[in-house]
Design a protein around this ligand. Structure first.
Ligand SMILES: Cc1cc2nc3c(=O)[nH]c(=O)nc-3n(C[C@H](O)[C@H](O)[C@H](O)COP(=O)(O)O)c2cc1C
Length: 400
């Protein structure tokens, strides 16, 4: 058993791919470690040793980050939304070349946006003065963002690569695509921001529900409603989802240290999905402007905004958010809005400014530490176990 400090964490053994794939790791995991967690439902379902899922973060996750998490016993994730098929192949290949552990491949399921030229022109007009200020031609052509929703091509990729876990953001793909994914044997996770969404996902066959609270960084996974004012915080959402569904619940949003992980169990979750805290790892793909902003951000400096992509997402407040949003009625639909701000983001970043860049961050960023992914994953687990034992020492002794 490996140790961190004087705390046993995980055997960190290499599971055979077939064992990992089946989700049954009996004989490949130290059952004593599993028993230390208040619930082993997610561990057993996903074939992992620690109840920590490294969030798939489009643009920021790398195979190096994922390998570190998997090596510590958490669930490695690759975000497929911004990657072409060959890039996904390369990332999954790089993980599998290094480690034989389950991998989660994640996709977006948004409705394909229809272009609305009048709306897009009006939005460009709104941005005109910024283009001029930065010395850019306001009429310059922009490249449409390539964020494809999960379709046949992505489904073929899943069938080819056979990730042990497939997770979806913004709902689920059509029933036929989903049944093709499930036929590969992959466990399917869906993101819910309300009890209604959680029940919808469970009814369609999700094996576990990621309950994403308001605190979360990046895009809100919401898909059955548009209004952000009624979105629920992690503390209130997780127990209500846990009461409503019979599948395991994974808490997401605002969890950045062991206390948050321990609290997630108290709320009825059997694992957590952590994004922002992993952005601080050196293995995350982050431009220097974003990294600097994360290191300085305070608890009350992030906000949910739609100005960067057309969908609500939590980011650090910057000039674009303050002057165009935070929620703009006239922003083009997701993901068409990405294109218009892109040249402003690139130009201002070259000048060392994050004024027009989406500086994605959750509310718990100040709790994060810049450890390497493997170490961070272990430290989170150790802290959580220590917190659980402190809160309930008799129970902890009974378990040993
Ligand atoms: C930079 C960034 C990018 C994200 N991209 C994705 C993504 O591609 N797919 C996804 O399912 N969730 C994505 N998320 C949301 C995470 O899965 C998760 O819900 C969130 O990070 C949890 O909250 P936390 O950031 O407070 O840990 C992203 C989050 C961040 C911070």
């Amino acid at each position: 058993m490996s140790m961190v400090g004087n705390m046993p964490v995980t055997r960190n053994r290499m599971a055979r791919p077939d064992a990992a794939r089946s989700g049954s790791v009996s004989g490949h995991r130290d059952e004593r470690v599993v028993k230390r967690w208040p619930s082993d439902r997610a561990l057993k379902l996903l074939g992992i040793d620690l109840p920590i899922i490294q969030a798939p973060m489009a643009g920021a996750t790398t195979s190096a980050l994922a390998i570190g998490v998997a090596a510590a016993g958490g669930l490695a994730s690759i975000a497929g939304a911004l990657l072409g098929p060959n890039e996904v192949r390369a990332e999954i290949g790089a993980i599998r070349a290094k480690i034989s552990k389950p991998v989660n491949l994640n996709f977006f399921c948004h409705a394909d946006a229809t272009s609305d030229p009048a709306r897009e022109t009006a939005w460009r007009e709104r941005l005109k003065s910024y283009y001029v200020e930065l010395g850019l031609d306001p009429q310059m052509p922009t490249t449409a963002a390539s964020i494809a929703p999960f379709g046949n091509a992505q489904c073929d990729l899943v069938a080819e690569l056979m990730p042990e876990v497939v997770s979806f953001h913004f709902g689920l793909p059509s029933a036929d695509l989903l049944s093709r994914v499930k036929a590969t044997g992959a466990k399917v996770l869906g993101t819910a921001t309300s009890v209604k969404e959680a029940l919808w996902l469970q009814q369609r066959g999700c094996d576990a529900i990621i309950a994403q609270g308001w605190e979360a960084g990046g895009h809100r996974g919401m898909f059955l409603c548009n209004g952000i004012d009624t979105q629920v915080g992690t503390m209130a959402l997780v127990p209500q989802v846990a009461n409503a569904v019979h599948v395991p619940v994974i808490a997401a949003g605002g969890i950045a240290d062991g206390r948050g992980l321990a609290a997630a169990f108290a709320l009825g979750a059997s694992a957590v999905q952590i994004g922002t805290a992993y952005l601080f790892c050196p293995e995350a793909n982050l431009d220097p402007v974003h990294r600097r902003a994360l290191l300085a951000v305070q608890d009350d400096q992030t906000i949910v905004t739609n100005v960067f992509s057309g969908r609500p997402a939590r980011a650090i407040q910057n000039r674009a958010v303050r002057e165009l949003g935070p929620m703009a009625d006239d922003v083009p639909a997701f993901p068409l809005a990405v294109a218009a701000l892109q040249p402003l983001s690139v130009k201002s970043k070259n000048r060392g400014s994050g004024d027009f860049t989406p500086l994605w961050s959750g509310q718990a960023a100040p709790l994060a530490r810049g450890l390497r992914a493997k170490e961070l994953t272990r430290v989170l687990a150790v802290e959580a176990l220590a917190t659980l034992m402190r809160l309930c020492p008799a129970d902890a002794h009974a378990r040993q």
